[in-house]
Design a protein around this ligand. Structure first.
Ligand code: KIV
Ligand code: ZN
Length: 511
């Protein structure tokens, strides 16, 4: 029997720290349920002391997840640890993850604490965390740039204080594989009580080395990897879950451990996270990119037709591609619809919500003959978007485009329930639509990203649009889907405006 490699997913915590990736409580719940279906060992559900919203989200997730450990992050202070402990009270299996920075630059310039004070605070936080939970993780933030002797001293003390997992973060993505693996090995060899804990790593991707660093650490004794779906996370992101899992699984001849992940859930969760956060997946992204299993050159195609293994080291269906078979059509009834949602792990809170989603499904089936799992995921995401933030609501729109003429758009938008109309011209129909909406909203926000992806294949596929807006230092991503990409674009723009509105309102209630 090989040893288990624990997969610790931090999409809902570190992933949410990507600019514009903030999620509502319901969105987090949907992702958490899907993570449980994926069979991740630990779900880091949030940072309960960061806000009441985060506290409530961690609490709600802790209340429903049964097959994964639910974890809450806490800085190494009483208030944070208590908030995490309280949020996790209902958890079937809960973990408190506490951290403090240990690099000279962080201790001197950020914390303004002496090394001895940092040790004292870390030990106190771990002891307090242990009074709430038996499962306590400690991270020396910026370990990649910390002094080895100091790391050994502080880690020995926190293990004595009761930490059960020690996580080594490369917070700024600075290390390289051999060095990072060597760091993990050195800590395991030099710290006298190192055998009392599980060693974990948490790598950022600033130099594109997060996965390589994590895997090298695994070869040096790490038995937990912290990662995120699609590699989402602060700045350039974290190690991507799908790459770690599939590397270990595909190279069982090389790695000394295995995961318990159900790999067929990888593509569904990648799409779910991308749809909810509005962060598209690049086509050539390993495992989950649209081209990851597509062969273009004649030589490759010929080889794959003759024998798949000539150019494929993994099977697309093993990671969930193609599992998205045709599921429902125009004639499917409410029960079949409800059953398929259940199989996808989507639970709607009320009969009303189910009826609304079913009505949307019927509308979509009128426009598109084949409805796939991705369409259903998108449909429910859309439903949640409209429920959550409705300061602006798109009521109707009309666009006109003719060769040699300026494209125009007319939109009808409800602002806080009051109907408003506007018309504008633009360089294309999407540009005209955004200008017309902006005439009503007057947000003054800067459009920093616009992207369109097909949800499934075929020209009748829904287009999934992402719009990123920036205003007063706030960044939001809006998402929208429709078989008409101009309508999808309008929905995405309105969604982004609503998110921006609620963020700015929270910041300054007069806005
Ligand atoms: O990157 C980091 O150091 C973190 C810690 C909180 C583990 O996210
Ligand atoms: Zn991090």
């Amino acid at each position: 029997m090989k040893q288990r490699l624990i997969i610790f997913d931090t999409t809902l915590r570190d992933g949410e720290q990507s600019p514009g990736a903030s999620m509502t409580r319901d969105e987090k719940m949907r992702i958490a349920r899907q993570l449980e279906r994926l069979r991740v060992d630990v779900i880091e559900a949030g940072f309960p002391a960061a806000s009441n919203g985060d506290f409530e989200a961690v609490k709600a997730i802790a209340g429903v997840i049964k097959d994964s450990i639910v974890c809450g992050l806490a800085r190494a202070n009483d208030h944070d640890v208590r908030r995490a402990g309280d949020a996790l009270r209902e958890a079937h299996a809960g973990r408190i993850h506490t951290f403090i920075a240990t690099s000279p630059i962080h201790m001197e310039r950020k914390l303004r604490l002496l090394p001895e004070q940092v040790i004292e605070q870390a030990v106190k936080a771990v002891k307090l965390a242990r009074s709430y939970r038996e499962d306590v993780e400690f991270s020396p933030e910026d370990a990649g740039r910390s002094e080895p002797d100091f790391l050994c001293r502080i880690l020995e003390q926190v293990i004595k204080a009761g930490a059960t997992t020690i996580n080594i973060p490369d917070t700024v993505g600075y290390t390289v594989p051999e060095q990072f693996g060597g760091l993990v090995r050195m800590l395991r060899e030099r710290i006298p009580n190192s055998d009392k804990v599980i060693w974990s790593v948490h790598c950022h991707n600033d130099l594109g080395l997060a996965v390589a660093n994590s895997l090298w650490a695994v070869m040096n004794g790490a038995r937990q990897v912290e990662c995120t779906v699609n590699g989402l996370g602060e700045r350039a992101g974290n190690a991507s879950l799908e790459e770690i899992v599939m590397a270990v699984r595909t190279r069982q001849d090389y790695f000394p451990c295995e995961t318990r992940i159900d790999a067929t859930q990888i593509v569904p969760i990648s799409k779910l996270v991308s749809g909810i956060t509005g962060f598209p997946v690049q086509p050539n992204k390993a495992i989950v990119g649209a081209n990851a299993f597509a062969h273009e050159s004649g030589i490759h195609q010929d080889g794959v037709i003759k024998s798949r293994e000539t150019y494929e080291i993994m099977r697309a269906e093993d990671v969930g591609w193609g599992a998205n078979k045709l599921v429902l059509g125009k004639l499917s009834g409410r029960n079949a619809f409800k059953q398929r949602l259940k199989e996808l792990g989507i639970e709607l809170d009320s009969e009303e919500a189910l009826n609304a989603a079913f009505a949307r499904f019927k509308d979509l089936a009128d426009k598109k003959s084949e409805i796939f799992d991705e369409d259903l995921q998108m449909l429910v995401t859309e439903e949640a978007i409209e429920h959550d933030q409705e300061h602006f609501k798109l009521l109707s729109m009309m666009t006109h485009s003719e060769t040699g003429e300026t494209p125009t758009a007319k939109v009808v938008v409800a602002e806080d329930g009051a109907e408003r109309r506007a018309e504008a011209g633009g360089s294309g129909m999407v540009d005209a639509t955004f200008k017309a909406i902006e005439t009503i909203a007057s947000s003054g926000a800067e459009l920093t990203l616009y992207s369109v992806n097909a949800v499934t294949s075929g020209t009748d596929s829904q287009g999934e649009v992402t719009v990123r807006l920036r205003k007063s230092g706030r960044i939001v991503n809006g998402a929208g889907a429709d078989t008409d990409i101009v309508v999808a674009s309008a929905k995405a723009y309105i969604n982004a405006l609503n998110k921006l509105h609620s963020k700015l309102e929270r910041l300054n209630p007069q806005v």
